[in-house]
Write a protein that binds this ligand. Structure first.
Ligand code: NAD
Length: 414
């Protein structure tokens, strides 16, 4: 059987949920098409004087509940299908967290690791000016994703201000604090994973303290998740990145591992550990698994070997539908991405609110509000999953699609 693309697997979840809820066919008809797609050519003058053309995209999936919102990804294998799926997941995620946003995504097919700082800045500014008419504080609000960071948001916003002739910091989120960024944003996604785990651990009786946690990835989301679980008394037994993975049944101190990775550029080789490769954490002996690298990590091939009792999807789209089925059969609980990793966009929303108010909150205020949103999102989706007697993922889709459908009905779009 041909492997499903991320967009196709997203559509399967959406279609099944629409059928389960008995929604009018117009709902699926609208949400199975992105609202708008922009593709731009970005001819970049490289440091050596040659010109290389990159492709930039920005996709708005659905804006019934508010301006669209979603990250910008810099990745050498960026493709339209994945970007469309990521944009749709943002619609569902924003609706699950009950944020007043639709969904979007975008990016450039480049490898930021091999561009110089100058090339990265020129490319980002060219992308910002090329899509400026497609973004806006009340239209579409980008943020970072894989391969981008606060510095890239800063270049983007500076270019946007120049074109607009006005300072509107709410046009992009996860900015540096000195440019109107929110306290707590850089660690929010991993922190949010931890808050939903607290709720899930109560419902399914899997205590965090003393549990063994395996994490795929050691980037923004994974690191923050690792620190939170470690601080709550869990043992981080496995961690990986794109260059390899490490396992130690006695536990790995994630702060020391971060220092090691900062120095060596990889987690592989960390003292006292067994080498398990990049995908090793997915099937490692553990209680809680946090896939926090990229999409399509858990497949029909490896799902049968997953040992975790609880999966917290830090990454977007880490589980293929066939893997879901296998894990459901094994009684593994999966807290889906559109709830588990909503912490980042939630604090991005807080940043947007603070930018518009021109009044800034303390880190504690941000953290308390984030905790409330994440725990409520989990409770709301659990209620839906109980109502329809379906796994949490379908419960999350039911919650999100129900909310989006209601907005579309009021708007008269369906
Ligand atoms: P990042 O670039 O900071 O980190 C990605 C990590 O994954 C890196 O450690 C990289 O080495 C690792 N990785 C890449 N390919 C791998 C492979 N094949 N095996 C193992 N590790 C691999 O990105 P991030 O911001 O942490 O995002 C990670 C995931 O979380 C993505 O799916 C992203 O869409 C999602 N996400 C991010 C945020 C956010 O706020 N940053 C919010 C929601 C969802």
């Amino acid at each position: 059987m041909a492997k499903l693309t991320p967009w196709e697997s997203q559509l399967i979840n959406v279609k099944n949920t629409c059928d389960l809820m008995g929604l009018e066919p117009a709902v699926y008809e609208v949400i199975s098409h992105p609202k708008a797609i922009l593709e731009v050519a970005l001819p970049l003058k490289m440091d050596d004087g040659t010109v290389k053309t990159f492709t930039g995209v920005r996709i708005h999936h659905n804006d019934a509940r508010g301006p669209t919102k979603g990250g910008i990804r810099y990745h050498p294998h960026l493709d339209m299908d994945t970007e469309m799926a990521l944009a749709a997941w943002m619609t569902w995620k924003n609706a699950v967290a009950n944020l007043p946003y639709g969904g979007a995504k975008g990016g450039i097919n480049c490898d930021p690791k091999i561009l110089s700082m100058g090339e990265l800045e020129r490319l980002t500014r060219m992308y910002a000016s090329s899509i400026a008419h497609f973004v806006g504080v009340d239209l579409d609000i980008p943020a970072p994703d894989v391969g981008t960071n606060a510095q890239i948001m800063a270049w983007f916003v500076d270019e946007y201000y120049k074109l607009l002739g006005r300072i509107t910091p709410g046009v992009i989120t996860a900015k540096p604090i000195s440019l109107g960024g929110s306290l707590g944003r850089s660690t929010a996604t991993g922190r949010g994973c931890y808050f939903v785990t607290i709720e899930a651990s109560k419902v399914y009786d899997i205590p965090i303290k003393g549990s063994k946690v395996a994490i795929q990835g050691f980037g923004n989301v994974a690191k923050s998740a690792a620190f939170n679980f470690h601080n709550a008394g869990a043992k981080i037994v496995a961690v990986s990145d794109s260059r390899g993975g490490v396992y130690n049944k006695e536990g790995i101190n994630p702060y020391k591992l971060k220092d090691y990775k900062d120095k060596n550029g990889k987690v592989s080789g960390y003292p006292g550990c067994k080498e398990i490769g990049s995908i090793g954490p997915l099937t490692a002996e553990c209680d809680i698994l946090v896939p926090a690298a990229l999409q399509n990590a858990l497949t029909g091939e490896n799902a049968g070997d997953v040992k975790a009792k609880l999966i917290i999807e830090g990454a977007n789209g880490p589980t293929l539908p066939e893997a879901d089925k296998i894990m459901e059969g094994k009684g593994i609980i999966v807290v889906p991405d559109i709830c588990a990793n909503a912490g980042g966009v939630t604090v991005s929303y807080f940043e947007w609110v603070q930018n518009r108010q021109g009044y800034y909150w303390t880190e504690d205020e941000v953290d308390q509000r984030l905790e409330r949103v994440m725990k409520k999102a989990f409770k709301d989706l659990k209620e839906q999953s109980d109502k329809y007697d379906v796994p949490l993922r379908t419960g999350a889709y039911a919650l999100a699609i129900g909310r989006v459908a209601e907005a579309m009905r009021f708007l008269g779009r369906i």
